[in-house]
Design a binder for this molecule. Structure first.
Ligand code: AMP
Ligand code: ZN
Length: 469
């Protein structure tokens, strides 16, 4: 399998540190609002990469954080007059629901920044001791960027150009820095902000340190793959490398994968530009499986422009696969012959060439666009080579093949079983009982199970309302 590595700027053969195992870290969202479909792109594409590696037999330890302490979270908490943790907890829960609805599997571990402060204090202390960080008069701790010789190696920037040319990247007003390039590891609290004790000052961490610390704790000093959106290359990932490699004295991550932007009218979709759709907005109009299909219809390193036309094309594409699956199921219902016929054995060899094509595409830097084409070829083959006279074994083999390949992409191609109203009501009752018993984990699990089946719950003053998505 080849992966494009941002660090080397080319596709490289993927060789894990430990045979058969993959240690992968994906930077997760800052939780101050519902996620938009730009944030959903890395979730979907790296979930797909993970699924493919598992399909190939790797055991994948997949870690993705939630940044739950940040200026934007604090701002929102002040606006609402609540604790910052109320905001972050709320949006973590909402984000998990969106992930489930997009068939993005939960990470092996989803660490939270606020629960890893101890590890951050330790790493910052190590950096100070090794001369890579220093404490300013007001207690702010800065990373001494020039002390890390290889700074700029990921983003292919020359440290001196950064200083001279890229003024916009420098943070103003930090006059206690030795050098404008130095970045914050720990900063003093401001009135009304959450803070933790440290030997330097009561305060909170800078953004970059959390990923270095969580990656080390859950995956070790050296990991195989570190991933995120391309806006994270600089400065976030560059700073993570500097922190981790300076503190641990080892190569941080071997492969760096970055997805290109999801755009709208050819501009990056972002909260700050206001040109975004949340995953919830999209769920009102489309099946989220269509959103997933749309995201995978382009290669993850190509910019993708969101449009109603492309969503319609994605809907049609997904429907083609689903129709084939239900046709096969229909034929299976009345198939007479049990065992494969000689001629069908030959046909299965041909069907196998489409699986090979699929794998070749995915082995080529997770080329989901070509992988989808291979599934389409298999679908066309299946549509033309099956009929009422096909054997059960033949139909089952084709059906299994299509399902397995679609599942690697996280696409659900079986028609959704419509839940009966009575079953929905019974589950809602069970959820209410769980809430009453303060078993919120169970209550959430029931809610998520319903969501996966396309049932959306709304808690209102008059009780729980539900609708089919
Ligand atoms: P944030 O919450 O802004 O830190 O973003 C969470 C993740 O979403 C990061 O990996 C970002 O790079 C990614 N991201 C944000 N906006 C977009 C976009 N328009 N297209 C693709 N990825 C994005
Ligand atoms: Zn990160």
């Amino acid at each position: 399998m080849k992966i494009y590595n941002t660090l080397s700027g080319r596709k490289e053969e993927f060789v894990p540190i430990e045979p058969g195992k993959v240690r992968m870290y994906v930077c997760g969202p800052t939780v101050y609002n519902l996620i938009h479909i730009g944030n959903a792109r890395p979730m979907i594409v790296f979930d797909t990469a993970r699924r493919y590696m598992e399909y190939k037999g790797y055991e994948v330890n997949y870690v993705s954080n939630f940044t739950d302490v940040d200026d934007k979270i604090i701002k929102k908490a002040i606006e609402e007059g609540v604790d910052a943790s109320v905001i972050s907890k709320r949006y973590i829960e909402e984000c998990k629901k969106d992930m489930a609805a997009m068939n993005v599997r939960p990470a092996t571990t989803h660490p939270l920044a606020t629960e890893e402060i101890c590890g951050m204090l330790e790493m910052i202390q190590t950096l100070i001791e090794k001369g890579h960080a220093y404490v300013a008069e007001d207690g702010t701790v800065y990373f001494r960027t020039r002390s890390f010789q290889e700074y700029g190696k990921l983003s292919h920037k020359n440290i001196d150009d950064l200083r001279g040319g890229n003024r916009a990247l420098l943070v103003s007003g930090e006059d206690q820095k030795e050098d404008p390039l130095d970045f914050v590891l720990w900063k003093p609290k401001k009135e009304g902000e959450p803070y933790w004790d440290s030997k330097w000052c009561q305060g909170r961490p800078g953004w970059h340190i959390e990923c270095s610390v969580m990656s080390k704790k859950y995956l070790g000093d050296e990991i195989d793959i570190h991933a995120g959106g391309e806006d994270l290359v600089f400065p976030h990932h560059e700073n993570e490398i500097a922190q981790s490699e300076a503190a641990n004295g080892k190569t941080f991550a071997r492969y760096w994968m970055h997805n290109a932007f999801l755009n709208i009218d050819n501009r990056k979709m972002s909260k700050s530009l206001g040109n975004f759709f949340t995953v919830r907005d999209i769920a009102e109009k489309y099946d989220l499986q269509v959103l997933r299909f749309f995201m995978l219809s382009a290669h993850y390193r190509s910019p993708l422009n969101f449009s109603a036309d492309l969503m319609e094309a994605a809907g049609n594409g997904l429907e083609r696969i689903k129709t084939c699956v239900s046709n096969l199921q229909f034929l299976l219902g009345s198939a007479q012959e049990e065992a494969l016929r000689a001629q069908e054995e030959e046909l299965l060899k041909e069907a196998d060439t489409y699986r090979v094509k699929f794998e070749e595409a995915m082995d080529d830097d997770i080329n989901t666009a070509d992988a989808i084409s291979a599934i389409f070829e298999l679908v066309k083959f299946s549509n033309t080579k099956t009929d009422g006279g096909s054997s059960k074994a033949f139909l089952e083999k084709l059906l299994a093949e299509i399902r397995v390949l679609a599942d690697v992409l996280g696409l659900i191609v079986d028609q959704k079983e419509e839940m009966l109203d009575a079953d929905i009501e019974a589950m809602i009752e069970a959820r209410q009982a769980a809430r009453k018993a303060k078993d919120f984990a169970k209550a959430d699990a029931i809610r998520n199970e319903l969501l996966e089946k396309g049932i959306v719950l709304e808690d209102t003053r008059e009780g729980v309302k539900w609708k089919r998505a």
